[in-house]
Ligand binder design. Structure first.
Ligand code: PLP
Ligand code: COI
Length: 354
């Protein structure tokens, strides 16, 4: 598809890459295309970054028809810029779209518009260690009426933001509270889709945790509040008695690309990885008898984030003396090594842009 480009006449100064937070600064342009029932995707355009106009009855404002993705462009030591497994994000976006009754984007079209847009903005990819260009594709129902139905007009956009570390702690261990009231998602619901509503529903527990000095919550399943699902907006993994254990994808868990990559790295190195139900009772027992060796969250934004303390009801447990464990560190080094082009990509996960 041809993309019309309107260049920003006032390009901004690139920020100092040592002061980047997460998602606060945006690049000079944004990508937009629209879908109309019966017509398909059309009007692909890159325009100067800025506010968009929505009709007050736009579907997304009332009924939450919205999905998004998150991936990054990384600057290699040799100056070239590359993506990490972009096709996985495109496939997940289409699965999310299917769940929310939004239109799918053919994989080749999605990859074309993504790469053409990011190529235009690639000079914004910072080069300091631990930084990258976060790419946020998103799609929303944009009908101009209040009827509750699947939408006829959908808008798809991509914005990009130079980022540093997601958590202020960086790669230092975070304190996590096990949430036993609110749930993030339920089986049959939208947990496996990356839709905005999941995050809106998560905020209350996240805020409660923060007020008590915790970085995020560990989510339990929505039916029995018994099984571990995710940590904050990341998947979660544990090393218990020498084995790696991560909750299996039951439908209420987002299938993370970092999760998948961690599993593939670990299995290729001979680790035993179990994807299964893991109850909070089993975790508590492992914490009590010293069998829980490491715990970490994994996701694109933070890569891996070690858990140094877990609180469940009124009990507090320290994990690995509050320090990052060897498997967590190894996964961080391996994934970021591949992403930043410092180690050989024997999995074929990187996607060069230039
Ligand atoms: N779980 C949730 C709820 C998320 O929002 C994310 C972030 O994208 C993840 C897990 C990790 O997914 P990924 O590794 O693809 O970034
Ligand atoms: C992740 O990339 O791990 C995320 O959860 C992104 C977040 C900002 C929604």
């Amino acid at each position: 598809m041809d993309i019309k480009i309107e260049r920003n006449p006032h390009p901004a100064e690139k920020p100092d890459s040592s002061t980047l937070g997460f998602g606060r600064i945006f690049t000079d342009h944004m990508f937009i295309m629209d879908y109309y029932e019966g017509e398909g995707w059309k009007d692909a355009r890159i325009v100067p970054f800025g506010p968009i106009t929505l009709h007050p009855a736009s579907t997304v404002l009332h009924y939450g028809s919205e999905i998004f993705e998150g991936l990054k462009a990384y600057r290699r030591a040799d100056g070239h810029v590359q993506l990490f497994r972009p096709i996985e994000n495109i496939r997940r976006m289409n699965n999310s779209a299917e769940r929310l009754c939004l239109p799918q984007i053919p994989e080749d079209l999605a990859l074309q518009v993504l790469t053409e847009f990011v190529k235009l903005e690639k000079d914004w990819t910072p080069d300091k260690e631990g930084t990258s260009l976060y790419i946020r594709p998103f799609m929303f129902g944009n009908d101009e009426n209040l009827g509750v139905h699947s939408v006829k007009h959908t808008t798809f956009m991509i914005i990009t933001s130079p980022v540093g570390s997601y958590y202020k702690e960086g790669i230092n261990p975070v304190k996590i509270m096990i949430e036993s009231e609110d749930v993030r998602a339920v089986r049959g619901g939208t947990g496996y889709a990356k839709c905005g509503g999941n995050y809106a529903a998560s905020n209350r527990a996240g805020e409660k945790a923060e007020q008590q000095g915790y970085a995020q919550v560990l989510w339990l399943d929505g039916v029995e509040r018994k099984y571990i699902e995710e940590v904050g907006a990341m998947n979660v993994m544990f090393k218990i008695d020498g084995k790696i254990v991560t909750p299996k994808l039951t439908g209420s868990i987002l299938p993370g690309i970092t999760r998948k990559s961690c599993i593939e790295v670990l299995k290729s190195e001979g680790y035993e990885v179990e994807e299964r139900l893991l109850s909070v009772a089993e975790l508590e027992e492992a914490l009590e008898n010293g069998k829980l060796e490491e715990a970490w969250g994994c996701g694109t934004a933070a890569v891996v984030s070690p858990i140094g303390e877990l609180k469940y009801k009124d009990k507090k447990f320290t994990v690995n003396n509050g320090e990052i464990g060897p498997v967590t560190q190894h996964l961080y080094d391996t994934l970021t090594g591949i992403q930043w082009g410092k180690i050989e990509d024997k999995f074929g996960w990187t996607y060069p842009l230039d």
